[in-house]
Design a protein around this ligand. Structure first.
Ligand code: NDP
Length: 248
């Protein structure tokens, strides 16, 4: 049904572009009140206004997921200002690809801090309230790179394999509590993600690979997330791997 999340509050990290932005809009469309968070305040404020102008409810909260205070504040403010937290979409991520021999240690650290530590910190902060209400849904955005490692992706893949491991462990811990955990593993999606690749050779190779494909749109992944979070309570969608049809 079109409004199956009418009673739910969602928080989406990395909502200023790409998959996070599309997910926030899709969940709002389904009736959820949505906290949209990222570092770029102008973008999330514009998104919140857009959602509100389409009849939805949204709250923009500036937050860097590598800052513990920001993570705590975004979850507290969501609970206080939107009245709860039922769905946490840990989507914020960076993909700073380079072969190990040319990898910058700061880039490797940043990927760990955003893709893995940020996701674990937000989950840690959101979980007690979900356990208390005997329901909740944590959606973690992994990647095809969370299932198999390619060259020049070691650091990125390490974070996404980490996301999968953390999520599966959490799923077991919360199985008896009504809290659900879903891992989403997108293939190539048309977003800003590839624009920050620091290594020129890798950037070019990725651009060529993507040119030969009909890549996914952010809305395609948002639809997968919507599917996972709108199932009846007995159904736990553990893992969704969604590739472009013509991706190898
Ligand atoms: P985008 O670059 O379009 O979006 C990334 C988002 O993460 C932005 O909103 C950005 O917001 C946010 N972000 C980055 N660093 C931080 C930070 N320190 N704190 C808070 N937010 C941060 O890329 P995608 O939409 O593609 O990426 C979303 C997720 O999807 C990522 O986890 C990515 O790994 C995953 N993914 C993407 C694929 C693809 O092909 N595009 C394939 C598989 C997985 P801001 O800069 O404003 O903080």
């Amino acid at each position: 049904t079109p409004h199956d999340l009418d009673d739910d509050v969602a928080l989406v990290t990395g909502a200023s572009s790409g998959i996070g932005r599309a997910t926030a809009k899709t969940l709002a469309d389904a009736g959820a009140a949505v906290a949209v968070t990222a570092r770029r305040t102008d973008r999330i404020e514009a998104l919140a206004e857009e959602i509100e102008s389409e009849g939805g409810e949204a709250l923009a909260i500036t937050a860097d997921v590598t800052e513990t205070d920001d993570v705590e504040r975004m979850i507290e403010r969501t609970r206080e200002e939107l009245g709860g937290l039922d769905i946490l979409v840990n989507n914020a991520g960076v993909m700073l690809l380079a072969p190990v021999i040319r990898a910058d240690l700061d880039d490797l650290q940043q990927m760990l801090d955003v893709n893995l530590m940020g996701l674990m910190a937000a989950t840690r902060k959101a979980l007690p309230g979900m356990l208390e209400q005997d329901s909740g849904h944590i959606v973690n955005i992994s990647s095809v790179a969370g299932r198999r490692a390619n060259e020049a992706s070691g650091g990125y893949s390490a974070t996404k394999f980490g996301v999968n491991a953390f999520s599966e462990s959490l799923r077991k811990e919360t199985a008896d509590s009504g809290v659900r955990v879903t891992v989403i593993e997108p293939g190539a999606v048309d977003t800003e993600l590839g624009q920050h690749i620091p290594d020129e050779q890798v950037m070019e190779r990725m651009a060529e690979m993507v040119q030969d494909m009909t890549v996914l749109q952010p809305e395609d992944i948002a639809a997968a997330i919507r599917y996972a979070v709108t199932q009846p309570p007995r159904v736990s969608v553990n893992e969704l791997l969604v590739r472009p049809t013509d991706q190898q």
